[in-house]
Design a protein around this ligand. Structure first.
Ligand SMILES: C[S@@+](CC[C@H](N)C(=O)[O-])C[C@H]1O[C@@H](n2cnc3c(N)ncnc32)[C@H](O)[C@@H]1O
Length: 316
């Protein structure tokens, strides 16, 4: 087993890549200084214990490295008074819903791998979404539309967060029948929630009217939707002039149980964010021209939050 003392991160990565045949589920182990022995240290600071010189690194470094090497981090073990064993388990790269070929409507259905994912249990995504809900003052809204609602996790969170949930009208759309069926079951007691199994491309057929908050997370960039066209259509025809919008752009992939940072790009084996930046910036510019204040926040999902700067919405 390798022991790393004052090796640079560059050296460590080189050694790990050379020594391990990163086959599926292989465990990688190496010994490093115990980060708990220090506080207020930055990664890369030299520290001496006895005669040995170490480079300090926090557990955050090892978590980041595990993710960049497509591994899950396992519980470290104490090895000596000074050191711990860091353990990575290689992910099965084939185990990802992104690779599964199903009917497009059921790709995200209740039998899919996607249905095992709960974004409300991912702290980074949860806190960014909650911040966006706070920024748009969700409790002041009267009609809320969610496009690509799936099984309505996003409404469940609002229900927990928002004391006046039952005073607000919620409409959710998704063409996945099994997901909408589950969503309807969750909200069967809530008369203020309407859920439709419908194609966003045919939204005009539903005669939905206007909303003062539109939410769409991980949906508008789907290959069956013409992103710019559908986005402008939504703003022009469904968003009140003094309304608000929350859009979530995925900047991660889900592989073998883990969330891996970085957008999935069609023609690259690695994560690539050009499409995310292009689409997010298109929305930002478009909404700014229409007198919205727009912020982009978040890590695993980039959240675009738009609030109207028209006089009447500022006075709320
Ligand atoms: C990646 S999932 C995101 C679901 C949920 N918003 C979330 O973030 O967990 C995309 C959702 O959009 C739905 N969807 C994609 N294209 C659609 C379309 N043209 N009409 C209706 N729903 C669509 C899918 O069925 C799926 O539930």
């Amino acid at each position: 087993m390798n022991k790393f003392t004052n090796h640079s991160m560059h050296e460590i990565i080189g050694i790990l890549k050379k020594d391990y045949d990163l086959a599926n589920k292989e465990i990688i182990e190496f010994e490093v200084i115990n980060p708990d022995l220090f506080s207020s240290k930055y990664n890369g600071e030299l520290v001496c214990l006895g005669d040995t010189e170490y480079i300090y690194r926090s557990y955050k470094s090892w978590v980041d490295l595990s993710q960049k090497m497509y591994c899950k981090i396992l519980t470290p073990t104490i090895f000596s008074e000074e050191t711990v064993i860091i353990r990575f388990e290689k992910l099965n790269l084939e185990d990802s819903f992104h690779k599964i070929k199903l009917e497009k409507e059921e790709k995200y259905g209740t039998n899919s791998t996607f249905s095992l994912i709960n974004k409300n249990e991912e702290p980074e995504i949860l806190l960014t979404y909650l911040e966006a809900l706070k920024n748009v003052k969700i409790q002041t809204k009267t009609r809320v539309l969610n496009l690509g609602i799936n099984s309505a996790d996003e409404f469940e969170l609002i229900q927990k967060y928002c004391k006046n949930f039952s005073d607000i009208e919620f409409v959710g759309i998704d063409y996945c029948e099994s997901a909408i069926k589950l969503a309807k079951e969750k909200f069967k007691e809530s008369e203020n929630v309407s859920l439709y199994s419908y194609d966003i491309n045919n939204l005009q057929e539903l005669d939905l009217g206007e909303f003062d908050l539109i939410i769409s997370i991980g949906t508008l960039q789907s290959s069956n939707l013409d992103f710019n066209k559908i986005f402008m259509n939504i703003v022009q025809n469904y968003l009140k002039k003094d309304g608000s919008m929350i859009l979530g752009f995925p900047n991660s992939r889900w592989i073998d149980g883990e969330i891996i940072y970085g957008a999935k790009a069609p023609n690259y084996s690695f994560s690539e964010m050009s499409i995310l930046f292009k689409d997010a910036y298109f929305c930002k510019k478009y909404l700014q021209q229409k007198k919205f204040r727009v912020t982009l926040t978040g890590k695993y999902y980039v959240f675009l939050t738009a609030t109207s700067i028209r006089k009447d919405s500022l006075s709320q």
